[in-house]
Design a protein around this ligand. Structure first.
Ligand code: ANZ
Ligand code: ZN
Length: 764
């Protein structure tokens, strides 16, 4: 018998599947339920790493299993192809970002193919294709029509190195997530999506979806709802009052001063002349600070007295008004009442500047009194900011808006979409914060869609998170030229049945996708308002040294090398076997050899001459266990069950059917090897079209069961007994238990309740 030769087998079966279009999935198959098995599409960086494999291979095991269970399973894939790295590489190497991107896509396709996943390439999406971004622009127009896309002066995160603004989600610890430069705040006119209008809906929707609780918590915190009140502090002899936002109106009797954000518009009005110099000075200093610096808790408090006072509406006392940078201008009202007796920051401030600390009792009635008197109202605040989607960069979808001197901003007519990204020569962004497109007169000059006069196009492009906020919809109908997706295909495939990908996207992509889905739902384009019914995250694959894989550490594991050495089936199975899927862990180059050996054993085992002997019970147990484990994404225990099964049956004489059953259980994990052996057994069709084996529950019943014994409802003992005993026999055994004897000695048994094969409750 020839040796197990994975590279030969794998390329052979990959060609076979392609030729048979085995994974090109129809939108409807009679008597089959559709199942949408989605993974996060890659950015075409040019190299597929182990993290991608860890997302895609186990997700493929899951999809293949579902298919064998009788579902019509769609597993699409594509490329999130716009974005900064392409442009930076293009500037560096003096080539078109498109050339760089499409070159990478080509090599990544080969790498993706090597996984041997059941990807439906007929549905491939590339977000940088005009037939895709046309619909990204269309979605922009839908938001514009709904009043949810606006050009606003916003304090934006500006990266001076990338020369672009960044969404809050792209800033990590005050730094640009791409280049690590400290982000500055700049006031700029930007297109924003009013995601804040959807804050409550985004919170409410979390209640009805099957997502990891940790991810829901991340989203809840990011949205940051806080229930509080706005309370008015009147300024003596003035119409002005200072509104503060507080979550603790009950502490108001201890409020001994107010603090405004230095940027607060009232500062200029209330400041006393003799304090003006100091206040202006402080304001200048504040401007130079990043939000991060302002928020650092440990830093010593700074601030300046304005010279003004205001009335505490509860105590009627006059309290001083200060400014300090720890109060942020864009949260709540940009002003707080300071309660040093109850709030640590306020206490630090009071101690620094010798302000009174007043211990006063809490008053739960005060809010309703103050609101009756007109000093207070309920207020719900969200931390969520609007989503700034303007990017002053080239390699993205142009924002489909036109500025006319006469008519103002006008949306491009739908019939004129897509607004094509023009070819240009110089991709460098300008330091004045203008998109490279601003240099292309040919692109800019256009006609106003309303008055047909001379007008100019918007030169900003869209954040790539807009592209990825809806791609999963397009897979249902990727070729459609008339609609973003037809209603019918939406009905066939959406919402997504299961979405598997990294948790790092929790507050970004996953929130944006939910937002866009809700907006399209509210404009009647979608019949559902949550895109991903079920969501799971794979863990992180670390380098062999236990650290995050990175080039600088030199601990990057290249999947291509392992494909060459052991084949895809071994990597797939090893990734599944490593540990719980959501945990991930270090890549162990030795452990993979163990899995390789296992597949070699499968190879020679299945090549043996079969005869007949009943091993049914063992098989049926394994069918049940492997199936249940995959269903719950417990790939590691499914693989160990398969290993156990092989140990048990390896040197037994088996019927052909039994060997086939074993191969079917292995098929999702090692699609190539099993296909080869399946054909060697004389089968003509693909093993991946086979049904998942069924088990007979009668055959796998445990003979012994645990019976919990309770006394007055409290568990006191557990005994092992033969299954299906009569109650009288159970009673005998229970009363013979030493532990139970102690509890009931001298007492009368009022009732003896027996729940079959499970539990006894003795009521004394
Ligand atoms: C009085 C008070 C007493 C407060 C107390 C807290 C505890 P969350 O839950 O995050 O919404 N605050 C309000 N606006 C602020 C701003 N622009 N910058 C900095 N801090 C601000 O926090 C709400 C609390 O944060 C508010 O309730 C206010 O302080 C402060 F024992 O008011 B509190
Ligand atoms: Zn006009």
């Amino acid at each position: 018998m020839p040796k197990y030769n994975p590279s030969k087998i794998e390329s052979k079966w990959q060609r076979f599947w392609k030729a048979k279009k085995l994974y090109f999935i129809k939108d409807k198959i009679k008597d089959k339920q559709n199942f949408y098995n989605l993974v996060m599409f890659p950015y075409p960086s040019g190299d597929l790493h182990m993290g991608h494999w860890y997302n895609y291979a186990p997700a493929d095991v899951y999809g293949r299993f579902k298919r064998m269970q009788g579902f019509n399973v769609m597993s699409p894939i594509g490329f999130d192809a716009f974005g900064l790295p392409a442009e930076n590489a293009a500037i560096k190497n003096k080539l078109d970002p498109k050339v760089w991107t499409y070159g990478n896509i080509k090599s990544m396709k080969r790498q993706l193919d090597s996984i041997g996943a059941a990807f439906d390439w007929s549905r491939e999406i590339i977000t940088a294709e005009p037939n895709y971004y046309k619909w990204t622009q269309w979605i922009f127009l839908k938001l514009y029509e709904a009043g949810l896309a606006k050009k606003e002066k916003v304090l934006a995160n500006w990266c001076s190195h990338c020369k672009t603004i960044l969404a809050n989600e792209q800033v990590q610890d005050g730094r640009c997530e791409r280049c690590d430069t400290v982000v500055e705040q700049k006031l700029l006119e930007q297109w924003v999506f009013k995601i804040t209008d959807y804050a409550q809906k985004l919170l409410d929707g979390l209640e009805k979806i099957d997502w990891p609780e940790t991810t829901k918590i991340l989203q809840r915190n990011w949205i940051g709802r806080s229930d509080g009140a706005i309370i008015k502090f009147q300024i003596p002899n003035s119409k002005d009052s200072i509104d503060v936002f507080t979550t603790r109106p009950d502490t108001i009797f201890g409020a001994t001063f107010l603090v405004l954000a230095p940027e607060h518009e009232l500062v200029k009005r209330v400041v006393k002349d003799e304090q003006l110099g100091q206040v202006n000075n402080y304001l200048e200093k504040t401007k130079k600070k990043t939000e991060l610096e302002r928020l650092v808790e440990v830093k010593e408090k700074t601030g300046v007295f304005t010279g003004a006072y205001a009335f505490n509406p509860a105590t009627k006392e006059k309290i001083p008004v200060w400014i300090s940078d720890f109060v942020l201008p864009h949260y709540g009202t940009g002003a707080i009442m300071a309660v040093p007796a109850h709030d640590q920051r306020d206490l630090e401030f009071a101690e620094k500047f010798n302000l009174p600390v007043k211990e006063a009792g809490l008053d739960n009635e005060i809010f309703s009194r103050l609101s009756k008197e007109g000093f207070a109202e309920r207020k719900i605040n969200y931390r969520l900011h609007d989503w700034i989607i303007s990017r002053q960069r080239y390699w993205g979808a142009p924002i489909p808006m036109i500025l006319c001197q006469k008519c103002g901003w006008q949306p491009v007519s739908e019939k004129d979409l897509p607004v094509l990204l023009p070819k240009i020569n110089d991709y460098k962004p300008s330091s004045s914060g203008q998109s490279p497109l601003a240099k292309s007169e040919k692109f800019i000059k256009t006609k106003c869609p309303k008055c047909f006069g001379e007008a100019r196009r918007e030169t900003d492009t869209m954040d790539t998170f807009v592209d990825s906020a809806w791609y999963f919809l397009r897979y249902a109908d990727p070729q459609n030229k008339k609609e973003f997706v037809s209603k019918e295909k939406l009905k066939s495939w959406l919402p997504v049945s299961i979405y598997i990908g990294g948790q790092e996207h929790a507050a970004k992509h996953l929130l944006y996708a939910r937002f866009i889905t809700k907006v399209l739902h509210d404009s009647d384009y979608l019949h559902f308002d949550e895109p991903f019914s079920s969501l799971r995250h794979q863990g992180l694959i670390l380098g062999p040294d236990g650290n995050k894989m990175s080039k600088s550490r030199g601990n990057v594991v290249n999947p291509d090398d392992y494909v060459k050495k052991y084949g895809s089936d071994t990597i797939r199975m090893h990734l599944c076997f490593m540990g719980p899927y959501e945990n991930g862990g270090p890549w162990d180059p030795k452990a993979i050899v163990g899995v390789y050996r296992f597949l070699n054993r499968v190879w020679s085992f299945a090549n043996k001459k079969p005869s007949n002997e009943k091993l049914e019970k063992i098989f049926h147990k394994a069918i049940k266990k492997v199936g249940e484990d995959i269903k719950n994404l417990r790939f590691n225990t499914a693989v160990s069950e398969l290993m156990k099964l092989l140990n048990e049956i390896e040197d037994k004489e088996l019927a052909k059917e039994q060997i086939e059953t074993f191969l079917k259980l292995m098929a999702p994990f090692a699609p190539h090897l099993t296909e080869e052996l399946w054909h060697q057994l004389g089968n003509k069709k693909s093993i991946h079209l086979e049904k998942w084996p069924e088990y007979d529950p009668k055959l796998i019943k445990e003979e012994i069961v645990d019976i919990i014994i309770q006394i007055n409802g409290k568990a006191r003992d557990i005994i092992k007994v033969q299954r299906d005993l009569k109650e009288s026999k159970i009673r005998e055994l229970v009363l013979a238990s030493e532990k139970i004897k102690i509890y009931i000695s001298g007492k009368e048994i009022n009732r003896f309740i027996y729940i079959f094969n499970k539990l006894v409750n003795i009521v004394l």
